[in-house]
Design a protein around this ligand. Structure first.
Ligand code: DC
Length: 232
């Protein structure tokens, strides 16, 4: 149920593996809003590039990725079992395939390609036109919706983040080591913050949430306070 007078856009940016998607999904469910995980969109393009040979031996061929872009149609369909939308590429559900370490290792380079960002940002802005959206990513409050009514910037201790990602992946049966995950998180933070186009940064008007030692319930209580303040 929504307790809004009017529907707003909520931008949730921050570092990888901070629990942004889990939190944004919970907020959307609480408010009756749509939840969009924009990281999944960059991951979907990366998966398609891997499957169509535009990434060879871990090397991203930017020109080849750009050539593939017109062939990629991304859609979302609500999955009641997950309580969130699954992502589809050209009609195929790819939700399960986009979270592998192989995709994680290449996604920062793919997401730094200007043409990729242009295409996905335009899609995200189109989705936001209907309002009542919680969107999580890296540039939502700075580039995609600079006028979003409520902007959150999430962060957490890197060791806590690595531990969370490790539990998440091993629970899905994936074979990964903690070292591999920590390395991936560190490299992605660096790449996301230092890329030339739309680098990860906190919007001036964003509210910081460090959830290193907070449960989802505590985060929700904190959020509802902020929501009341920003939506009254
Ligand atoms: O949220 P995530 O870890 O699934 O995101 C995967 C990658 O996509 C991340 O390393 C950076 C990129 N990304 C981005 O550049 N801009 C966004 N709005 C969302 C994600």
């Amino acid at each position: 149920m929504s307790d809004t007078k009017h529907k707003i856009i909520i931008a949730v940016d921050g570092f990888s593996s901070c629990g942004k998607s889990t939190f944004a999904k919970a907020i959307a469910a609480r408010l009756g809003y749509i939840f969009i995980d924009t990281g999944a969109m960059y991951r979907a393009v990366t998966l398609y590039a891997l499957e169509h040979d535009a990434i060879r031996s871990g090397i991203v061929d930017e020109e080849d990725v750009v050539k593939l872009l017109d062939r990629i149609s991304i859609t979302f369909r609500f999955n009641p079992e997950r309580g969130a939308s699954d992502i589809y590429v050209n009609g195929d559900r790819v939700e399960g395939k986009i979270r592998t370490i192989e995709v994680s290792n290449c996604v920062s380079r793919v997401s730094a390609i200007p043409e990729v960002r242009r295409k996905l940002v335009a899609m995200q802005q189109e989705i936001g036109r209907r309002r009542g959206v919680v969107m999580d990513g890296r540039d939502i409050g700075t580039v995609v919706f600079p006028d979003a009514e409520l902007k959150l910037f999430m962060t957490a201790d890197p060791a806590v983040r690595a531990c969370r990602r490790y539990k998440e992946l091993t629970a899905k049966g994936m074979t990964v080591t903690m070292e591999e995950i920590e390395r991936n998180i560190r490299e992605r933070d660096k790449a996301d913050m230092s890329r030339a186009i739309s680098p990860l940064r906190q919007a001036d008007d964003a509210i910081v949430l460090d959830n290193s030692h907070m449960t989802v319930d505590e985060q929700m209580a904190w959020f509802m306070e902020q929501f009341k303040i920003h939506n009254s």
